[in-house]
Design a protein around this ligand. Structure first.
Ligand SMILES: Nc1ncnc2c1ncn2[C@@H]1O[C@H](COP(=O)(O)OP(=O)(O)OP(=O)(O)O)[C@@H](O)[C@H]1O
Ligand SMILES: [Mg+2]
Length: 337
């Protein structure tokens, strides 16, 4: 077997060390949207991506789907390095492997529902009649065959999204990338769409990477990745609650040894700083914040509480209070010699 030939264990989608910088001449300057991000999705796996607005979710999906070339890093589709191939080879690899569903704007407005679904097949070389026949079967399985000849602007949100799913599915992709696919739908329609994703995942083994704020999607996903500021900072098991991520977090340390921390955890730790390692073993690390004042002192200098208040001259005597009882000034530490 050739080295590049995919095996059963080959991830269907893998990204290594993705960076992306949006360059701009405007005042805000460049935006670093992805900062060394790696992810691997196995065949048949469903993965959710959660994270605040601006954290890089859409940028990640576009890079993974080949809609945008990341500034650095590699994307592998079914074991093949997508960042190395170009032209018709890239088009074919994408057509055979990956489909996209966005929140809105998935459909070509001038083609009816049937032709919207048939179009990706036509692009991959299937003849018109056959493509339309398969598109009609797809519409039937999605329960919207009666809207086959309607144009997208006349479809309801849920119908349009089902057509979009039909477009995404018709080429039998191994993985579907979906960017907030139920965000624009009412909750009931959204739930139906999620049910459809679940079925496709469980019965047909289609892998999913879904950007979502929906609890239900996170609950059908095998795991959820938490994105902050262009990095994956944590992973959650299934049934993650988007509003309380702290409850199910597992922190991630990447290949470079970098441990990034969600802001709420960092705040609990008392903010950025230096930490002394008290104890480290294979699966655990215990650390303690290094006192900043102690750090500024040359090694070997013994420190003690100031004997007198530097502000008002109050004599502390033998007391160990840390605030001056006369003027309220903080009692400093001074070298003991
Ligand atoms: N075309 C662009 N040009 C310049 N900056 C961009 C562009 N697209 C996105 N960005 C910036 O990159 C960062 C990541 O954006 P991205 O759209 O990936 O975030 P997101 O997580 O999808 O957010 P949301 O939840 O709001 O959709 C943001 O700071 C954003 O302003
Ligand atoms: Mg987005």
């Amino acid at each position: 077997m050739k080295e590049s030939e995919p095996t059963d264990d080959t991830p269907v989608l893998e990204a290594k060390n993705l960076y992306h910088v949006y360059t701009s001449n405007e005042e805000d300057g460049n935006v670093v949207a992805l900062r060394g991000l790696s992810v691997s999705i196995k065949s048949g796996e469903a993965v959710a991506v959660v994270g605040p607005s601006g954290s890089g979710k859409s940028t990640l999906l576009k890079a993974l789907g080949g809609l945008m070339k990341p500034s650095a890093g590699s994307v592998y589709l079914n074991g093949q390095n997508m960042t190395r191939i170009t032209g018709s080879d890239l088009v074919r690899l994408r057509q055979e492997t990956v489909s996209f569903i966005f929140q809105e704007g998935n459909l070509l407005p001038d083609l009816n529902a049937l032709d919207n679904i048939a179009q990706p097949l036509r692009h991959s070389g299937v003849r018109g009649k056959e493509a339309r026949k398969r598109a009609m079967e797809m519409l039937e399985s999605l329960g919207i065959a009666d809207r086959a000849y309607s144009l997208p602007p006349t479809l309801s949100g849920g119908e349009a999204q089902r057509v979009a799913i039909g477009r995404a599915l018709i080429t039998n992709p191994k993985v579907i990338l979906a960017d907030e696919p139920t965000g624009a739908l009412d909750p009931i329609t959204g739930r139906r769409i999620i049910e459809l994703f679940r079925e496709l995942n469980e019965e047909s083994g289609v892998a999913f990477l879904i950007v979502t704020h929906s609890r239900e999607i996170s609950s059908f996903a095998n795991r959820a990745l938490e994105l902050r500021d262009g990095r994956f900072v944590a992973q959650h098991g299934n049934d993650v609650d988007d509003l309380d991520l702290a409850a199910t977090r597992e922190l991630l340390i990447d290949d470079t040894g970098t441990l990034s921390m969600p802001p709420d955890m960092l705040a609990t730790l008392g903010g950025p700083g230096r930490f002394e390692i008290l104890d480290i073993e294979r699966d655990s690390i215990r650390m303690e914040r290094v006192d900043e004042e102690r750090l500024q002192i040359d090694e070997g200098t013994e420190m003690k509480l100031a004997p007198a208040c530097p502000a008002c001259g109050y004599d502390y005597g033998n007391s160990s209070v840390e605030e001056c009882p006369t003027c309220g000034a903080t009692r400093p530490m001074v070298p003991s010699s």
